[in-house]
Design a protein around this ligand. Sequence first.
Ligand code: GLC
Length: 573
Amino acid sequence: MAESPISSQSCHATLTESLASKDEQADLPWWKTTVIYQIYPRSFMDSNGDGIGDLRGIISRLDHFVYLGVETLWLSPFYKSPQADFGYDVSDYKDVDSIFGTLEDFRDLVKECKKRHLRLLIDFVPNHTSTEHEWFQRSLKKDGKYKDFYVWSDGKVLPDGSRARPNNWLSVFGGPAWTWSEERQQYYYHAFLPEQADLNFRNPDVVEEMSLTIRYWLDHGVDGFRVDAIANLYESENVFQDNPRSGKDVPSTEWEYLTAVHTDYLLPECQNLIMHWQKLFDDVQELDGRERFMVLEFYTDSKTRADMARYGAHPFNMDLVEKLSTPLSAKQMMGLIALEYTDKPPSYWPTFVVGNHDRKRVSTKFGSLYVNAFNLLLMALKGTPTTYYGEEIGMEDIHVDYEDTQDPWGRKAGPDRFLEFSRDFCRTPMQWTPDQNAGFTTAQKPWLPVSSDHTFRNVQNQKQDPNSHLNRYKDYVALRTRKAFKYGEIDLNCLLTDNVLSFLRFSGSERYLVAINFGQIDATNDFSVSPVNASTGTVVTDTAAASSELTKGQLIHLQELTLRAGEGVVIEL
Ligand code: GLC
């Protein structure tokens, strides 16, 4: 019995001119046709047996990406750092932490990537430095130009002459965002840990140092950056203003207790800074003709993303990371997806993400049944997708006891609440083989435990199985070599039910229907109606669902097509 479709109008996306893609757009810049893969260096591959992943480890696994067909890597931080926030607390922007290797290793990584035609994006963490950074140490001493490198405040003088913080701002990781420095007799602001002091971007010397940092890595041959915590770069200049209460029922020390109107939104200054960085890219491109790409970490809404694109910025679209409800609703998903193609300026380019090193994995959040469905969705949508390491084999979060918790956010939350905050669960070592520690390290004890399911869930085993997550992922990436997926158009105005979403990708006479059942029950639907207007098609790839009747190359009828729960299919029309 066929399901009754929800009005197809509800998924109608207004396609902007910017997205109108004709064959002549085959020369899209590389970052519009690529797949980005996020490597969390601590967890990817350990080459020296200390239990922590490193750059040589990554080099030794580069052929993984050649196998998958993935062309761009994004490396989370590998800079010199005391590792208070695992590298997001940089103490020297121009050096590699000895845990990860040396600058020479980095240069080799660039070379080895080039050999394989892989692009390299690196994490850039401009908002804050480690308090061990020389700049902070000199700022403590009010030393020359470093005096105002950070956000310092005398705080409020209380009637009894003592000092109090200038405002109620909270740190993202919980607790006050101001810490008193005995040495300087002032408070400094930190959006994250007290060990991560916020730089003062209103100081031109800071802007200059950071520009030099960007230039330094561009000169090392990187293809661009993922910019960390962009919304935190500037705070309201008048620090004697409290953030208002959010009304959320959370402890008063938690970040969500307040609405961060003075600290966590894009001030106009930020726009100028992003444009300034973009200009640095353009300057380098003029010299060597190579286009660079900068993608911004920002959890925001569709309208703000559109506004940002007007001045040339490319924020990640985090809607699928943070806005999907469970159990999944295809209608809700399609609503979020359609936003990405609606009311956007010509400079806008969609960037879809489902997970990262800060959030639960797909399998854990939605269930292992949907791993392939999400991988397929990401690769089939128009835009640039980003895959978090391990998603190609369907890795799951694992439990790490409070006693073994590494993540500062988890540790700060304490034994009763660490489960809500710890990010260790999604950062466990990559599972390469069924051997001890999944082939990640020869150490007895890796920095985080390896999932016990590595004995069957690993790259080596999945390579042997044509229906594995890995080989399906490879298929989905390969879709993007076809014109329709590489630079073709998307039409979202197709069949949509509570459980099933579908869309068309096309270029010239090439047309594909992508249909995915995100529900929990089988669904039979008529996909032949407009705009599909076809009664049969050939299966190109699917999600290899158990008991599925679909096989690659099979001719199928679209009037009554059954998709199992979690099943998706790409049909050439
Ligand atoms: C970003 C990173 C996160 C880090 C934080 C502070 O949100 O993704 O891992 O803890 O910035 O640098």
